[in-house]
Design a protein around this ligand. Structure first.
Ligand SMILES: C[S@@+](CC[C@H](N)C(=O)[O-])C[C@H]1O[C@@H](n2cnc3c(N)ncnc32)[C@H](O)[C@@H]1O
Length: 318
């Protein structure tokens, strides 16, 4: 206690502020997400979860359609926004949505703040000494971002403008935007966004809900008739632990709502809301912010499926 007081006094004299454990964990989480979304080391992880969703959207909206008009896609809970960059380069107009200030700061830097690719080196694995095969693995650096989005979009436009000859011109890149805030608030009925989106892409997102049914209803409402919802992720309900901790009297917990449906129930509810599933539900293994060189890797079994809002679904009132 004496030492704590001495350190606190010294910190305050030096103008330093203590970083609490929750803030420190938030920073660790963002650094691991940078490795997943914006480093060459994360390519394998992205290939397992982002690539199938991008490919599925390209199947639903084939090249001639994307050439004629960029389909509008919203990506709720977009983390550090890598999916947005990949969508834009495939001819979609992409809007990300995120409510974490730490993630928003990170994506703002990756999309707008850095001058070149691989500008910074981060050390995402240095805070844990477990499961490193080689001595250098723990402190190893990872350079970010592996893609400079501004330059990639400029290059794509240059290719479009410089195209000559008879063949098809290269695909025009889409536009990108970000809507900060809680998904249910930002895209509420009052937002005027209902029926405005050709697709919604959720990756490791639907289980962040207090009430997954409310998410599904909102996704359905946002889509234009004929629009598609593509989902990839597990069902690790984020508020589940809070609820249990609250019930057990843990002061860290709360009694917030947590509706925990099985995958079977999620699919049934989607159908009751009005979605029609296109194709099978695939179960695919995928890690989330795993250390690719680590000696332990947690694999989720993710549900990958596409739901269509039927073309004859009711349009929202004008
Ligand atoms: C598990 S992460 C997945 C991030 C990213 N989609 C990916 O696959 O790497 C879930 C993200 O959703 C965000 N999130 C959770 N609840 C949200 C909400 N209600 N509205 C907006 N974003 C939310 C979190 O801050 C987090 O960045």
């Amino acid at each position: 206690v004496e030492l704590d007081a001495a350190i606190a006094e010294w910190d305050s004299r030096m103008g330093l502020h203590q970083v609490g454990p929750a803030e420190a964990e938030r920073v660790r989480c963002v650094l691991r997400s940078f490795a997943r979304e914006w480093s060459a080391e994360g390519a394998q992880e992205r290939a397992a979860c982002f690539a199938p969703v991008l490919d599925r959207l390209c199947e639903v909206f084939p090249l001639p359609e994307r050439r004629a008009r960029a389909p509008r896609v919203v990506v709720p809970g977009c983390g550090l926004a890598r999916m947005l960059a990949d969508l834009v380069l495939r001819g979609f107009d992409a809007q990300g949505n995120e409510f974490s200030f730490a993630m928003l700061l990170g994506s703002s830097w990756a999309l707008n703040g850095c001058a070149t690719a691989d500008e910074q080196t981060i050390h995402p694995w240095c805070s844990s000494g477990s499961n490193h095969a080689r001595s250098g693995d723990m402190a190893r650096g990872v350079t970010v971002p592996d893609l400079h989005v501004g330059r990639a979009v400029e290059d794509a436009w240059r290719a479009v403008q410089g195209h000559e000859g008879d063949g098809e011109p290269p695909l025009r890149p889409g536009t990108m935007s970000m809507a900060a805030g809680d998904f249910l608030d930002v895209y509420s009925e009052a937002s005027g966004e209902d029926g405005q989106w050709d697709a919604v892409a959720t990756v490791f997102f639907i289980d962040t809900a207090h009430d997954v049914v409310a998410y599904l209803e909102r996704i359905f409402a946002l889509l234009t008739p004929g629009g598609a919802w593509v989902n990839f992720g597990p069902l690790l309900y984020h508020y589940s632990e809070n609820r249990v901790a609250g019930v057990a009297g843990n002061p860290q917990g709360d009694d917030s709502l947590s509706v925990e449906l099985s995958l079977e129930q999620v699919l049934k509810v989607a159908e009751l809301i009005g979605f029609v599933r296109q194709g099978n539900v695939e179960m695919r293994p995928c890690p989330y912010t795993a250390n690719p060189k680590g000696m332990a890797r947690m694999l989720y079994t993710c549900a990958f499926f596409t739901m269509i809002k039927p073309a004859n679904a009711h349009a929202p009132p004008p």
